[in-house]
Design a protein around this ligand. Structure first.
Ligand SMILES: Cc1cc2nc3c(=O)[nH]c(=O)nc-3n(C[C@H](O)[C@H](O)[C@H](O)COP(=O)(O)OP(=O)(O)OC[C@H]3O[C@@H](n4cnc5c(N)ncnc54)[C@H](O)[C@@H]3O)c2cc1C
Length: 505
């Protein structure tokens, strides 16, 4: 390829700029990246792509690379993985161009939407990171009760627009979780049990750019195997989703919440109660239990006195009368009266459920996070197992979240194929990088201790870095084989990175 004098000058300036930053920054990875920029001809790769794409393209070694790379990851814990190019396409055509270009240049591709994956499985060494940030479109079809949605649209923004049309969708509770990775991995969202189960089962179809750069319209009728993989294939999905078509649900007329907190010594009884509530036919409701340190406790209070077991029942009813009727089943239960603190029948709305009540501190990615999880049919045993350990957790903000679901529903035929009566997630939150090793070691020790109770894992929140074999256990054996076959069919030459953890990052 011929390069103009001007381009050569600019190239040299950028290269020197990148190198200077590397020297000033004095960090080994960055020195390595500057070297890669020079030796692998990244600049010419970048230039070649720039002719096809209007959106930003940042090559490893450029002075703004590290800022961009870090901004891809939602939280403060940024893994030391370095893609060679970060590309932010502005249209479907540009996605196709970028994929075609990467394929021809021998660059492996990873896609990201919101970058919320807590192990940053989209951030890989080498290759191209396709940042789908610009794909945040939304078109609601009120007559059909469906919506076309871009993968980077936040759940909160989606819900806000749906409210105008009297609809809702089981989005994640945290407002900034977008739909892309969330839906691909399953999606355990608000009122999910009453709105179609895992949110991926409300995916009617999608527009997908495959490894050959073609745009496919995927639905139950067209490219059925890709549609099957779309619903739960997670990081193993062989394509880039540019748009989802989603089924919507009528917005509840009245939402209310009852919350009960107990000392952790009541854990056994509380766990039994929660399972009873879920299995006892509590209609139009969702039950969540959290085992965590009382956030209002004094910092020096003994952990045994501050560890609380909190049960929250949300009811999504048509009317206040109906909501009262449903929640009265909870209020009447003897366990409700044993609670140390209770707050019953608090009217709320979906908006409040996202951002929390006024004055309540919420996490928006300004801390360090990690997570692991199990699906289990014996939540009580699993929780008893972790209770003592939680008293010694290195972060007081660690919490164990239990979501009990109606396990009577058979799962539709889809890549999302592992389920049990309860999901248990261990969530770690902390501030200082110096604590990383101790916190991750604690998480992994306790995840291992929970393993005997696990019937599988939720792919979106599994510790793919510390325990990659859990990836396979996030699918039924049949679904795993089928997902591998679908990958081979649509990406025979491995243009897309494989699951993080299964391959070399
Ligand atoms: C604060 C917080 C709250 C959360 N709450 C919930 C919750 O309530 N329920 C729940 O189920 N999960 C929850 N999660 C987990 C969440 O589902 C995952 O982190 C999910 O990956 C987020 O989606 P994302 O678009 O940010 O994914 P990203 O981190 O952007 O990507 C993750 C992976 O998804 C794939 N991917 C993403 N976009 C595309 C695309 N357009 N095309 C092809 N592949 C793509 C890629 O393989 C990528 O590696 C939460 C996470 C956080 C950080």
């Amino acid at each position: 390829m011929r390069t103009s004098k001007c381009n050569k000058k600019a190239s040299r300036r950028r290269f020197l700029g990148g190198l200077a930053t590397a020297v000033l920054g004095a960090t080994l990875p960055f020195v390595r990246s500057a070297a890669a920029f020079a030796t692998k001809g990244l600049f010419s790769l970048r230039q070649g792509l720039a002719a096809r794409i209007k959106g930003p393209i940042i090559a490893r070694g450029e002075s703004n690379y590290e800022e961009w790379r870090r901004s891809m990851v939602w939280q403060m814990r940024k893994p030391n993985r370095y893609p060679e190019l970060i590309v932010r396409p502005t249209s479907v055509n540009e996605v196709s161009e970028a994929i075609g270009y990467a394929r021809r240049a021998g660059l492996k591709i990873a896609a990201k939407s919101g970058g919320h994956h807590q192990w940053a499985n989209f951030l890989r060494d080498e290759g191209m990171l396709l940042d789908m940030w610009n794909f945040r479109g939304l078109a609601v079809d009120p007559d059909r009760g469906t919506a076309h949605v871009g993968p980077s649209l936040w759940g909160y923004q989606f819900d806000h627009e749906l409210a105008r049309h009297g609809y809702a969708f089981p989005v994640a509770r945290a407002p900034t979780v977008p739909l892309g990775g969330y839906l691909l991995g399953g999606g355990i969202g608000i009122n999910w049990d009453n709105w179609g189960g895992p949110s991926c089962f409300s995916v009617l179809g999608a527009e997908v750019v495959t490894a050959d750069g073609n745009l496919l319209s995927v639905s139950p009728e067209r490219h059925q195997d890709l549609y099957w993989a779309l619903r739960g294939g997670g990081n193993g999905f062989p394509g880039v989703v540019t748009r989802f078509n989603l089924k919507l649900y009528p917005r509840p007329g009245f939402i209310a919440t009852s919350t009960y907190s107990f000392p952790a010594s009541y854990l056994e009884e509380v766990a039994d109660w929660v399972v009873d509530l879920a299995e006892g036919g509590l209609q139009k409701a969702g039950v969540i239990m959290v085992l965590a340190t009382d956030p209002s406790a004094a910092i020096n209070a003994p952990p045994a006195e501050t560890l609380l077991c909190t049960v929250r029942v949300d009811v999504f009813a048509d009317s206040e009368t109906e909501a009262r009727g449903i929640l009265s089943q909870v209020t009447r239960h003897p366990m409700a009266r044993k609670a140390a603190q209770r707050s019953e029948f608090q009217p709320t709305d979906l908006e409040t459920m996202f951002v929390g009540r006024p004055g309540k501190k919420r996490s928006f990615g300004l801390e360090r996070h990690s997570v692991d999880n199990i699906w289990t049919d014996t939540p009580k045993d699993a929780l008893i197992n972790i209770r003592e350990s939680l008293l010694e957790a290195p972060s007081r903000r660690s919490r164990v979240v239990v979501v009990v679901k109606d396990h009577q529903n058979p799962l539709p035929d889809a890549a999302f194929s592992v389920k049990a009566s309860a999901y248990i997630g261990i969530f770690m939150v902390w501030d200082n990088a110096a604590e990383d090793a101790a916190i991750l070691a604690w998480l992994r020790k306790n995840s291992t201790a929970m393993q005997p109770f696990a019937s599988g894992h939720y792919i979106n929140e599994v510790d793919v870095q510390g325990n990659p074999q859990k990836i396979r256990r996030s699918f039924s054996p049949e679904a795993w084989q089928r997902l591998r076959a679908v990958r081979k069919k649509y990406d025979p030459n491995g243009v897309f990175h494989d699951f993080f953890g299964l391959a070399n990052g």
